[in-house]
Design a protein around this ligand. Structure first.
Ligand SMILES: [Fe+2]
Length: 224
C-alpha cells in the first residue's frame, strides 16, 4: 500500500465492533489475515473473495436495524450508511449502505480499495472517471447489479460512482473498505457539471471524531 493511503487513516475512539457477534469477529479475523499477507492489492482481493462470498450468501447475520433507511443521513435521500465494524486505526471498515427504492446516492469517491457487494434488492451503478483536467468527472460505464454480485474498488480507477436502487424494495449493499469511509473527507461530484466538492457522509450510528481530518485530507485530495 502506498504511503498516501496512510494519510487517509485517522484514529477514533468509538467501538471497534458495532455489530459485535462471533460471526462478525470471525469474518474480520479472516479479512485481517488476508490483508496481512501483503503483496499487491489485487492479490489481497483474491484472498478476500471466499470470506466475502460467505458473508454475502448468508441472509441471517445482519439484523434488520442495519437494513433500515435513514431520513436524516449525510448521504441524503433517506440513504442509511450503517457502521458494522471500524478498525481503531482507521485502516478498515465494514458498513451497510441502504438506498430506498428509486433513490440515488450522490456521485462520490471512496479513496481506498475494497469490496462492495449487493446483499438485497437490485441497483444500477454508474461509474465515473476524471477528465483531462483531473477535476471534472464524466460517465464511463453503467452496470446492473443483482443480489449476491460483488466488485472491487481500486483507486484511482473505478473509485467514483453513483448507486440507484432499481428494485421496489430498499437495496442493501455491504462495503468492506480499507479506510474509515464514513468519516474521511472525500468528494461528491455535481450531477450537471461533474465538479467536485468536499464530502463527509458520516455514519447513522457512529460518530466521526473531529474536524481535524478535513484539512489533513483535503490538502492531499488531489495527489491521487
Ligand atoms: Fe460508493
Amino acid at each position: 500500500m502506498c504511503d498516501t493511503q496512510h494519510l487517509l487513516h485517522s484514529h477514533h475512539h468509538g467501538p471497534e465492533f458495532i455489530l459485535d457477534t462471533p460471526h462478525m469477529r470471525e469474518f474480520i479475523d479472516e479479512v485481517k489475515a488476508a490483508i496481512a499477507e501483503g503483496g499487491r492489492v489485487e492479490e489481497a482481493i483474491e484472498r478476500l473473495k471466499p470470506s466475502f462470498t460467505r458473508l454475502m450468501d448468508d441472509q441471517d447475520w445482519l439484523p434488520d436495524e442495519y437494513m433500515a433507511d435513514a431520513p436524516e443521513s449525510g448521504m441524503g435521500n433517506g440513504i442509511g450508511q450503517w457502521a458494522l465494524y471500524r478498525a481503531q486505526d482507521g485502516s478498515l471498515c465494514l458498513f451497510s449502505l441502504v438506498v430506498p427504492p428509486g433513490q440515488s446516492t450522490p456521485i462520490h469517491d471512496h479513496r481506498a480499495w475494497g469490496l462492495i457487494g449487493l446483499y438485497r434488492g437490485t441497483q444500477d451503478e454508474d461509474v465515473y472517471a476524471h477528465g483531462d483536467d483531473h477535476e471534472r468527472v464524466h460517465l464511463k460505464s453503467s452496470n446492473k447489479i443483482e443480489p449476491g454480485e460483488f466488485f472491487a474498488l481500486i483507486p484511482p480507477d473505478d473509485d467514483i460512482h453513483q448507486i440507484t436502487t432499481t428494485s421496489d424494495v430498499t437495496s442493501v449493499s455491504l462495503h468492506l473498505l480499507t479506510n474509515d469511509t464514513g468519516c474521511i473527507w472525500r468528494h461528491k461530484f455535481d450531477q450537471e457539471t461533474g465538479l467536485p466538492s468536499p464530502f463527509r457522509s458520516g455514519y447513522v450510528n457512529a460518530e466521526c471524531d473531529d474536524e481535524h481530518d478535513h484539512q489533513h485530507d483535503h490538502a492531499h485530495s488531489h495527489t491521487h
